[in-house]
Design a protein around this ligand. Structure first.
Ligand SMILES: Nc1ncnc2c1ncn2[C@@H]1O[C@H](COP(=O)(O)OP(=O)(O)O)[C@@H](O)[C@H]1O
Ligand SMILES: O=P(O)(O)O[C@H]1O[C@H](CO)[C@@H](O[C@H]2O[C@H](CO)[C@@H](O)[C@H](O)[C@H]2O)[C@H](O)[C@H]1O
Length: 550
């Protein structure tokens, strides 16, 4: 007897959209299925159910249909979540079934006497073609609840209406398909009642800037409803790349690592060139996102620069205090699971609580004349594709833990800079402390080597980044503000990472803890310089930029 879950209905596949019994049966089958999917974020929560809320119908090229299901996952605590699942039905004898991997098979069904398999439709070429051609043709398809609107962007070239497609084998929080090796279509899985920030950002950079280091916007798929639009997918140009910058930096670190046991400190020149280039590209991205009012050309309000208002300061402080509370609690709960080195660092973090609280609170009143703009929001080495000689920046969805409205809040671009600096710190720490080559080396010595690499790379990145703007630039009032804001965002990011590592990679917890403690040391220096009433610490002499291995 087969253990594959199965359902049956007397209704034929193309007529099932409004069949309530089918929806209910399907929901039973979907709950175990979505728990096997990488994109379902509710696995660790106490689930109370999964229901099919809405069914959109998408005509397929062979006159059949696929359904875009909008699912609601509910939990014992907290608000429900919405997910998108495209559904297709392949009859038992369909040759297309062979190409469907196990992870795409939801269950079997007998519909109006026809046996077959229900699959995630991304694995059905007909579905992929239907999506792409609808985007190419700017189609709209009326649905019982709203409209499916397909928009074509500048990046989708004439003549590319129909291209062979594939599902990209990367397992991540969304699903990706490629078309003719030229286009990349991301189907969002977890849905939010708003336009996805990624579509806004990529469309803005493509349409309203000269910045060429993102994959150009090729279009989007939107569920239009009277209340709000919901973004279901986005097309971009496909970027030929070998790897992302996390992997590329890992390769550079492998070269570096071989010399460490011989007490040689060697970083190749081209590593600095690459770090400088990434600093420049990051600066250029932020220049492109800085679009103030111009004569006869008012700024687009969604992107117009804004000052550090009290409202923003309150928001950031509230969020930071809440994050700190949650992280201290998590650390206490998991303290005994940490290794000795992480426990030592955790103590320093806990003892610094008062100073950290005072530093965060200082943000409420400190004069700040720098400006805030829309930023990438989740910027790290894994979000940068390394092409043959340059970089392309991807994944503008924003901070994974934040709500969609929060992801659209403007910040100092130094928040992205802090994300990248943290990522370099991760890269060197993960490599040096987890490699066979360094086994047996005194950990204090390793820490000094790791710090030296990190400070050199950090300052190279930062110098190249700030040089891009030329001085002065309205985004950065002065060196004191740069220093202060960088520290705030570095601290926030490292505290956020602490939670991620405790939950997913406990042996890496010491990496963000070390990051937090480095910032705490800089806070001490800032407070000293404030006490001496130094009006403006000159560039390259600020505590952060001067940080030296202890
Ligand atoms: N335009 C593109 N061209 C080529 N590969 C891409 C492109 N965009 C993303 N990728 C690849 O797909 C992966 C997932 O993309 P990403 O935007 O990070 O999706 P997710 O939102 O699911 O995290 C990336 O790590 C990268 O390898
Ligand atoms: O890429 P996501 O948006 O899913 O972000 C989550 O996972 C990241 C890990 O891949 C995590 O990033 C942290 O680890 C990276 C190395 O693996 C490092 O480069 C980043 O600097 C560090 O923050 C991210 O925090 C998490 O939200």
């Amino acid at each position: 007897m087969s253990s594959t879950p199965s359902i049956s209905s007397t209704t034929a596949w193309p007529d099932l959209a409004t069949d309530t019994q089918f929806r209910a049966d399907l929901a039973q089958l979907l709950l175990p299925y979505i728990n096997t999917c990488r994109w379902f974020a509710g696995k660790a929560r106490q689930q109370t159910g999964c229901s099919v809320q809405t069914v959109h119908t998408l005509p397929l090229p062979d006159d059949s249909v696929a359904y875009l299901l909008i699912l609601e996952a509910t939990y014992a605590d907290g608000i429900p979540e919405s997910y998108q699942l495209p559904l297709a039905f392949l009859p038992e004898d369909s040759p297309a079934l062979e190409a469907v991997p196990d992870k795409g098979r939801i269950g079997t069904a007998t519909l109006a006497g026809q046996p077959g398999t229900l699959i995630d439709a991304i694995y059905d070429e007909r579905f992929r073609t239907a999506l792409f051609t609808a985007i190419y043709a700017n189609q709209t398809i009326a649905q019982p609840e709203g409209t499916l609107a397909f928009h074509r962007g500048k990046g989708l070239a004439d003549g590319d209406a129909s291209l062979p497609s594939q599902v990209l084998p990367v397992d991540s929080s969304n699903s990706a398909m490629t078309f003719g090796g030229k286009y990349f279509l991301k189907l969002y899985r977890k849905l939010f009642n708003e336009t996805n920030p990624e579509v806004e950002m990529v469309a803005f950079l493509t349409d309203e800037s000269e910045f060429a280091h993102i994959p150009a916007f090729g279009g989007s798929l939107v569920w239009q409803r009277p209340e709000t639009d919901i973004t279901l997918g986005m097309v971009q140009r496909m970027v030929p790349n070998d790897k992302d910058s996390w992997a590329q930096t890992g390769d550079y670190l492998n070269d570096f690592l071989y010399a460490v046991p011989q007490r040689l400190f060697a970083i190749r020149e081209d590593v600095f060139d690459k770090v400088e280039l990434l600093g420049r590209r990051t600066g250029e991205m932020h220049c492109a996102l800085y679009k103030p009012d111009r004569p006869n050309e008012p700024a687009n309000p969604a992107f117009a620069p804004e000052p550090f208002t009290n409202e923003y300061r309150d928001f950031l402080i509230r969020r930071f205090e809440d994050l700190l509370d949650r992280r201290y609690a998590l650390l206490i709960d998991n303290y005994t699971r940490l290794d000795a080195q992480a426990q030592r660092l955790a103590w320093v973090f806990m003892e610094a609580k008062e100073m950290i609280d005072a530093f965060v609170d200082d943000f409420r009143t400190r004069p700040l004349d720098s400006l805030r703009i829309r930023i990438h929001g989740d910027y790290h080495l894994g979000q940068v594709l390394a092409t043959e000689s340059d970089f392309v920046l991807i994944d503008f969805e924003g901070e994974p833990e934040s709500s969609i409205s929060e992801r659209k809040i403007k910040h100092s671009p130094l928040k992205d800079v802090a994300g990248m600096i943290r990522s370099y710190h991760y890269a060197v720490s993960a490599k040096l402390f987890n490699s066979a080559e360094t086994e047996g080396i005194d950990p204090d010595h390793l820490q000094r080597v790791s710090d030296r690499w990190f400070y050199l790379i950090r300052d190279t990145f930062l110098d190249a980044y700030l040089d891009t703007f030329g001085a002065p630039h309205p985004l950065f009032k002065n060196n004191n503000e740069i220093n202060f804001l960088l520290l705030i965002y570095l601290l926030e990011k490292a505290v956020y990472e602490l939670g991620y590592e405790i939950s997913y990679r406990p042996s890496w917890v010491k990496i963000p803890l070390k990051g937090i403690i480095d910032v705490v040391r800089e806070i001490e220096k800032i407070r000293l310089s404030d006490g001496d009433l130094i009006p403006d610490v000159p560039m390259l002499q600020t505590g952060l930029l001067q940080g030296k291995p202890s």
